[in-house]
Write a protein that binds this ligand. Sequence first.
Ligand code: C2E
Ligand code: MG
Ligand code: MG
Length: 426
Amino acid sequence: MPARWRAGDRFASVALRRSLAASPFAGLVVVGIGLVTSWLVVYLMGGAGNLVPHLFYVPILFAAVRFGPVAALSTALLAGVLAGPLTYLDVATGTPQELDRWVSRTVFFATIGVGMAALVRPSLPSVGDDLRRRRTAGHLRQALDAGELFVRYQPVLSMRTGAVYGVEALVRWDHPEFGELEPGAFVPDAEASRMIQEVDAFVLEDACRRAVHWQSLAAEHGRPAPTITVNLSRANLEGSDVISSVRDILRRTGVDPGQICLEVTESMLVEDVDVSAARLAGLKTLGVVLAVDDFGTGYSSLSAIHRFPVDVLKVDRAFLAALNRDPHADTLVGALVLLSRSLGVTLIAEGVEDRAQRDTLVEFGYDLVQGFYYAYPLMPAEIDPLVTAAAPFEAVAVSGGDVGGEPTSERLHRGGDHARGRDDRR
Ligand code: C2E
Ligand code: MG
Ligand code: MG
């Protein structure tokens, strides 16, 4: 885990630095080139008397944006010297500039530089973020074409039977420089551009193809077909072509739509209840299962949840993290069992990390769970033996009774040659 987080953090900070010309040295070079070019143009045009030296504003403004007021002031003074003593007023006749003219010009430059620095400073972080997002989105396009994106699958299991109920598709980027990146390092940037639609389509197609494979593998062993869950981004749900693009992928891959579950987060639903309800109803006509992810964090959708044709609620893992520590979390996690029963929806607890959490869930009557206590997101080949086995995980007596013991199958770890092998992805 820590190594993975470091890769994501390193990726974000390097991308940010590279986005605005961005090592300090590169920034200084840009300022230097701007000053020399401005001087050259003014000189070649016959001097500062023939051409108002507006060009000098460019490096001054760049210094203001890139480095702040002190650099803007220094650049302005340099520009003043270059546009003054180092440029004859009239190059052709060799007339030198008058002292008071270049002093007043330099003061003007300096005022512009410092003023600009003060103006742009508050918006600098957002400018940097925006540039970084665009850059990441561009890199993602290349990554998609180069086959660097792949999908891990995290099991969802029944504690009652110990069998795999399904898997959730979670995208990853095998970055040539930073190694395996988790979605937190690039999905938000992809969401800020249209790239997320392509990423989601890639993941859905991968999931559908695997679903066909796992369905036949499970059938060979007399096991039910697992449900494959795919996350749908906000931009996708809001897009008018989401239904046709999902339909195309379902048809192209020949998957049974009932085996595919599309997940939207609760916060996406509360944004525009009417649009979300209409889109979900459209998706439902395709025959897919619909789930609300991160349930409990979107606040107001409890009042509207009956308006959405959802089949599954996934309890946000923040509530599980607070289990046994915060009585409110315990109350809510317990109450969701009653809510799901009265709504007639399936309930999944996400983020089970330890045995104490598992035991509390068992006490509350939960059955379906997903979490690192049982399995990390795995490579597709590692899912094969799980869908064919009757009980790869330990079965426990749900709703009271004996809940002791560790999961029988050793906890399934990410990483290692097998998990990272490219061949497993195809
Ligand atoms: P999510 O849909 O809620 O997915 C579950 C996340 O929780 C996964 O993180 C999973 O690794 C993590 N998780 C599962 N069990 C545990 C646990 O016991 N403890 C902890 N601490 N974490 C656990 P991941 O893979 O980093 O994905 C993060 C989010 O990125 C996902 O949250 C989902 O919102 C988004 N995402 C992932 N793949 C895609 C994709 O293909 N498209 C879109 N639009 N979003 C995606
Ligand atoms: Mg999800
Ligand atoms: Mg979730």
